[in-house]
Design a binder for this molecule. Structure first.
Ligand SMILES: [Zn+2]
Length: 253
């Protein structure tokens, strides 16, 4: 991160020194470092500001199913039934506010043998990237407090839609949280039906992939649950098992 910030500062100084004498070069030096920082903030797979795991190592035909944005009173109980039926384990990246409203669902997820992980307290998609260190700390700590009240001590975090923040790496490190990205996602709100979602999340699926799907009201009604059920069915047909990898299995990109 510091390399990007120093580069940005150096670019601004150089642009200011060149000024009107070389306007095109000055504009390039002024804007290019900004574009680089924007890339690493907003592109989910970019690793320049911080590491976020996109795969895990396994000698077996295994994938990691991650389900974001719950818990949801309608979807989570049905998902737990589905996962049990397919003998699958998953990680639920939950929103603190949702967990606070339904602590029983957090317990149900844990009791069913799945992992609960941190996905911010309020899921601020539009403003997470520019949140101040104090606001970022509130997002992390309020969510942590809610989960701890349910007996859960999460070790993994995923930012909303994979957008990062300049202060996120150090904030996660201080709290013992590891940032987890994904190999493929269903993009449930894009055009198409449940089969399109399954096609997207399982395109070229291979052992060690991290798959991202969602629960809750942000998912279109016709896709809710159905896409996850069909994904589990297809994974079984392809001979994959859904597991939750250990910390040692995560691949540092
Ligand atoms: Zn989310």
């Amino acid at each position: 991160m510091w390399f990007l910030l120093i580069l940005n500062f150096a670019g601004k100084v150089a642009a200011w020194l060149l000024g009107a004498a070389e306007p095109a070069a000055a504009a390039f030096l002024w804007l290019t470092p900004d574009a680089l920082i924007a890339y690493h903030l907003f592109v989910p797979h970019a690793q320049g500001l911080m590491r976020n795991a996109r795969r895990f190592s396994t000698p077996r035909r295994e994938v990691w199913l991650t389900i974001d944005d719950g818990p949801d009173p309608q979807d989570t109980p049905r998902l737990l039934e589905l996962l049990a039926r397919y003998d699958a384990r998953a990680t639920f990246f939950v929103i603190g506010e949702n967990a606070q409203a339904r602590p029983g669902l957090i317990q149900a997820i844990v009791n069913a043998g799945h992992e609960v992980a941190h996905h911010t307290h309020t899921h601020p998609v539009g403003s997470f990237w520019c949140a101040s260190p104090a606001r970022l700390a509130r997002e992390l700590d309020t969510g942590l407090a809610v989960l701890r009240a349910s007996g859960v001590a999460p070790t993994r975090f995923r930012p909303p839609v994979g957008i990062k923040n300049l202060w996120l790496a150090s904030a996660l490190k201080r709290r013992g949280l590891v940032c987890v990205g994904w190999s493929a996602r269903g993009l449930e709100r894009r055009r198409g039906d449940a089969d399109d979602v399954v096609g997207r999340v399982l395109r070229g699926v291979k052992a060690g992939d991290i798959l991202l799907l969602h629960e809750g009201p942000r998912v279109p009604a016709a896709i809710r649950i159905v896409a996850i059920e069909r994904t589990l069915k297809k994974l079984r047909e392809l001979g994959f098992t859904c597991i939750v990898p250990t910390a040692g299995q995560l691949i540092d990109p």
